[in-house]
Write a protein that binds this ligand. Structure first.
Ligand SMILES: Cc1cc2nc3c(=O)[nH]c(=O)nc-3n(C[C@H](O)[C@H](O)[C@H](O)COP(=O)(O)O)c2cc1C
Ligand code: SF4
Length: 518
């Protein structure tokens, strides 16, 4: 049998040099006259080990990483095509602790299969969920998704089944499924990873959503900064259409569903669902007032399911293994698994899919391995740029929507950014206001004006001008933004600001005192 070599071609691995490694391996194969098949897979998400090259041996896959082009000759000398030992040898990928500790439901195939091989997808359980769905009544599909406890992974954690039911129950001549792949949060890459590593799972999830709600057309709105995801998704849609997974008769059934890929113009606020719909319609990405809900009047005024990539990509396994199977994972009202994205100043950065319920401390210290700088962890921002900064004192908080909300935080899209003790939380608070000022769509005053005023007042605090009075003003302003903003951009910016002030008060002392304390 011709040996198979797996070299990731996902953006993360490419950024770490996977293309150069692939070229070096190709060259070496040619020079040595060795025949091998190179498969460009997605990443398994252990980015601290990328580029991670795997070879298929008689005993299973063997991984090597992080591989540099300069390692390639010696890898061949060590007989890596047969799993031979080398300084980059990692053994069976499934046994690498970072991967072995995970519960992979949504990402089960990511990094394992050839992303654009529908056969490979099918041989790893792909399309089972859709096959079941085409034989079911729409209301039963919706019930199954509701019973699974799946909540939107885009940030708000709204029950997916309830959203789908609203669309199913709304009568219209046309309905849409819109996949939100804008993924603007800092430290997040789960959407990108799955679109590049297992695109058919998203297509399958969208087709199930279409059949469940009576929508015949879908759009994936992908941020322009994700050209590889756009390319992979575009090819996957073509392949799915040719194979009859999409089209007038999905998997030979009477159900029609087709989809298109659309590229965003590049604005954080275009990830907000109504702004995204405006952008998809060719308008400026400005937030729409709700009601009407998109589920009733969404894209082009028609009932629209708008879901995050991971929400939709989690549906096939629910429809394959059943609601009870999925619901069995997790804690409280947070059911199933969540792909936690660990980034920032951290030793073991990457994607870690696990059942809800691990504590923040376990994620940062045990899985993430602490900071990359080796200094103590000072703060962790959970949930993107609008998420709160948690100090070590809150490391016992379990990863659960309600537990985080109870501590004035949020899970968001499950991105976490780690900071060591050199972080200046006053600067981080100011950055949150600055981010809001730059990204604000401008529709409402608390966000548009408040964010700029927030920067100015924090600058005064930093300069030691009436610090106490100005900090009280920041708190008052945050209150106005929180309760007076039209959407969560203005409404949640107070989270990073107020958590910094509450948990790290020493960083808000006027400059001279701070210098003296240091
Ligand atoms: C400023 C802002 C940015 C957002 N960005 C994203 C995003 O990039 N991706 C996403 O899925 N949801 C994002 N959301 C949440 C969406 O508005 C919406 O809740 C989500 O797409 C619904 O899908 P879900 O129920 O599957 O989570 C954002 C919300 C706000 C307020
Ligand atoms: S909060 Fe900000 S982004 Fe949201 S609608 Fe108001 S101005 Fe626009």
């Amino acid at each position: 049998m011709i040996p198979r070599i797996y070299i990731p071609a996902d953006s993360g691995a490419l950024a770490l040099g996977a293309e150069k490694v692939a070229k070096a391996i190709e060259k070496e194969l040619k020079e040595r006259g060795v025949e091998a098949k190179i498969v460009r897979n997605g990443s398994r998400g252990a980015y601290f080990l990328e580029p991670m090259v795997e070879v298929a041996t008689a005993e299973g896959r063997v991984a090597y990483g992080p591989v540099k082009p300069s390692d390639v000759k010696s890898l061949f000398d060590c007989g890596f095509l047969k799993g031979g030992h080398h300084k980059r040898w990692l053994g069976a990928p499934d046994k690498i602790p970072f991967l072995a500790k995970q519960t992979r439901l949504t990402f089960a195939r990511c990094g394992v299969i050839d992303p654009l091989s529908l056969d490979s997808y099918k041989s790893h359980g792909g399309l089972n969920g859709l096959q079941n769905a085409v034989a079911m009544a729409p209301a039963d599909i919706v019930s199954q998704v509701t019973e699974s406890g799946l909540r939107g992974r885009g940030g708000a954690g709204f029950p997916t089944g309830i959203k789908w039911k609203t669309v199913l129950d709304t009568t219209a001549d046309r309905k849409y499924i819109v996949c939100n792949a804008d993924e603007g949060d800092s430290a997040t890459f789960a959407d990108r990873m799955i679109m590049e590593g297992d695109p058919f799972v998203l297509i399958e999830g969208m087709a199930i959503a279409g059949i469940a709600t009576g929508a015949t057309k879908g759009f994936v709105y992908i941020r322009s900064e994700y050209p590889h995801a756009v390319a992979t998704m575009t090819k996957a849609v073509e392949i799915a259409r040719k194979a009859g997974v999409l089209g007038a008769n999905v998997l030979g059934s009477p159900n029609a569903f087709d989809m298109e890929i659309r590229v965003g113009a590049g604005a954080y606020v275009c990830g907000e669902e109504t702004s995204l719909l405006n952008s998809l319609e060719g308008k400026r990405g400005v937030v729409r007032a709700k009601p009407p809900l998109p589920a009733i009047q969404g894209l082009f005024g028609k009932p629209t399911v708008i879901n995050n990539v991971i929400s939709l990509a989690s549906v096939p396994i629910i429809m394959d293994k059943g609601a009870a199977y999925y619901k069995d994972f997790g804690m409280g009202r947070s059911r199933g698994t969540i792909p936690i994205q660990i980034a920032g100043n951290v030793k073991h950065g990457g994607l870690f899919e696990t059942a809800f319920g691990l504590t923040l401390g376990e994620i940062v210290d045990e899985i993430g391995g602490g900071t990359a700088s080796g200094r103590p962890v000072k703060a962790v921002q959970v949930g993107g740029p609008l998420g709160a900064y948690f100090p070590r004192a809150l490391f016992d908080t379990p990863f659960d929507y309600e537990a985080f909300a109870a501590k004035d935080g949020l899970i968001g899209h499950a991105g976490i950014t780690v900071f060591d003790d050199t972080a200046d939380m006053m600067k981080q608070a100011r950055f949150a206001m600055e981010f809001c000022a730059i990204e604000s769509c401008g529709k409402c005053t608390p966000c548009r004006i408040g964010s700029t005023r927030g920067m100015e007042v924090l600058d005064k605090v930093a300069a030691g001008i009436e610090a106490e009075k100005n900090l009280a003003l920041v708190s008052d302003l945050c209150n106005t933004m929180k309760f007076g903003s039209l959407c969560a951009l203005g409404g949640f910016t107070p989270y990073p600001v107020m958590s910094s002030i509450t948990h790290f008060p020493e960083d808000f002392k006027p400059a001279p005192t701070r210098v003296a304390a240091e």
